[in-house]
Write a protein of this length. Structure first.
Ligand code: G3P
Length: 217
């Protein structure tokens, strides 16, 4: 499973990228707002750092304007994936932009039917939002499993990019189901390293090192 990092915080991306943990980046208007940066400028900086796909989202809601914005975003770098919402206009924009050879990430997906339409429209990535379904007491992971089954049934090449990931468990569940990509905030990726028994075991080892005066260098 590829790891994308869901942030526009360049320093946070750099830290994970240097460890080999970043295969791509996803941003959205909320993350751009949080960064306080100009969208074109910060997206260019991210694309210069990370060679994998970098999703940048359009602001328009009508297809023609989304296409215009998508073309402008795609000029930033070859690794831009234009992010469009899963609306009828978004699907039209997806079809046009992928027809021009651009990568398109169709976002705000909350149902298997929406994912089916995105694949038919040639989406490079479909972004089902797990956490926001869980927030409604639905099971976001069921959606990932349903889309995996449907795409595999018909050999759709659209990659499942699991999004709205809120916990380390979400990451391993996505990997078990076979999501192609999971995009998560930096703190969630780092939390994957945590285990209480690791902490407990290390504390005992440190005590024994101290007691025995063990020294290597
Ligand atoms: O990739 C989409 C993601 O940023 C949404 O996450 O936590 O706002 O639902 P969240």
């Amino acid at each position: 499973m590829k790891f994308f990092v869901d942030t526009a915080d360049v320093a946070a991306i750099r830290e994970l990228y240097d460890l080999g943990m970043v295969d791509g980046v996803t941003t959205n208007p909320s993350l751009i707002k949080k960064s306080g940066r100009d969208i074109l400028e910060v997206t260019k900086e991210i694309c210069d750092m990370v060679p994998g796909p970098v999703s940048a989202e359009v602001t328009a809601v009508d297809a023609d304007k989304m296409i215009e914005e998508g073309r402008k975003l795609a000029e930033i770098a070859d690794n831009i994936a234009v992010k469009v919402p899963l609306t009828w206009d978004g699907l039209k924009a997806c079809k046009t932009l992928t027809g021009e050879g651009k990568m398109v990430n169709v976002t705000l997906c909350f149902s298997a039917n929406q994912a089916l339409l995105a694949a038919k429209a040639g989406a490079t990535f479909i972004s089902p939002f797990i956490g926001r379904l869980d927030d409604l007491n639905l099971d976001g992971m069921d959606l990932i499993a349903d889309i995996r089954e449907i795409y595999d049934n018909y050999g759709f090449e659209t990659q499942i990019l699991a999004a709205s990931i809120r916990s380390a468990n979400h990451m391993s569940e996505c990997a078990k189901i076979g999501a192609d990509v999971a995009t998560a905030p930096p703190n969630v990726i780092k939390a994957m390293a945590n285990h209480v028994l690791t902490d407990k075991g290390l504390a005992q080892f440190l005590k024994d090192i101290d007691d025995a005066g063990i020294k290597i260098v």
